[in-house]
Design a protein around this ligand. Structure first.
Ligand code: NAD
Length: 239
């Protein structure tokens, strides 16, 4: 029960890593506010689904208000929703660029801006932003995605400074997964996935639950002196 009684918002909780985290957090005693742009259902009674697009600021305001009214507080925000629209820069459309920036970068801004006033009010909270190894090292065909995931690191470090003060223990950290087996990577050609698995020191791809366990640690009070960090969970892909 590492998250007993904590109210945790997770975006992109309908599939992959976010879904795994929602289930793990609930098992650890959290009240989970599972947000996704697509409908999702869960078995656990403490997982509450909210249909929410992280680019829709008025819907975000509505959901955050409802959560605080219903559950009294927000302890944890996991900014996990993310998308890819891959193409070499020569072929990347403006629409591909705008869409990925809007969801992966501005979506994190939108959610955090709506939630942080409630955390500041009680002087406590943990925000977890999902970056990627691609945000640190780049990747062919992912100009837009790399820009967003690097941007997430910049926001993480800025907010770690901006939100924390004496009596306000608000921590902000980023997680940088390597290649994890989720619907997002199902689109990646098998040849590339095999090469990525081979390149990782552990010689395999990651499972969603292996990222969810890092989210759990950062959400829990076990990580109470950790803030402003970018923590890899990539099987030793980049060493
Ligand atoms: P996924 O596609 O399985 O899940 C992403 C979820 O986000 C989906 O349920 C989708 O409906 C939701 N979503 C998309 N747009 C949204 C929006 N506008 N508002 C709300 N929800 C939205 O992907 P995943 O692999 O589980 O990715 C989770 C996070 O991890 C993403 O931020 C991704 O960039 C990051 N990541 C994944 C990998 C990987 O290898 N899978 C590696 C590094 C980083």
């Amino acid at each position: 029960m590492r998250l007993e009684g904590k109210v945790c918002i997770i975006t992109g909780a309908g599939s992959g890593i976010g879904r795994s985290a929602a289930e793990l957090f609930a098992k650890e005693g959290a009240i989970v506010i599972a947000c996704d742009v697509s409908e999702a259902t869960y078995d656990h009674p403490n997982i509450h689904f909210y249909k929410l697009d992280v680019t829709d600021r008025s819907r975000i305001a509505e959901v955050v208000k409802e959560v605080v009214e219903k559950f009294g507080k927000i302890d944890v925000l996991v900014n996990n929703a993310g998308i890819t629209r891959d193409a070499l820069i020569q072929n990347m459309t403006e629409e591909d660029w705008d869409k990925v920036i809007n969801v992966n970068l501005k979506g994190v801004f939108n959610m955090t801006q709506a939630v942080v006033p409630y955390m500041l009010e009680v002087g406590k909270g943990s925000i977890i932003n999902t970056s990627s190894v691609v945000g640190v090292y780049g990747n062919i065909g992912q100009t837009n995605y790399a820009a967003t995931k690097a941007g997430v690191i910049g926001m993480t470090k800025t907010w770690a400074k901006e939100f924390a003060r004496k009596g306000a223990q608000i921590r902000v950290n980023a997680v940088a997964p390597g290649f994890i087996k989720t619907p997002m990577t199902e689109k990646v050609p098998e040849k590339i996935l095999t090469a990525m698995a081979e390149r990782a020191a552990l010689k395999r791809l990651g499972e969603p639950i292996e990222v969810a366990y890092l989210y759990l640690f950062l959400a829990s009070d076990e990580s109470s002196y950790i803030t402003g960090q970018v923590i890899g969970v990539d099987g030793g892909l980049v060493l």
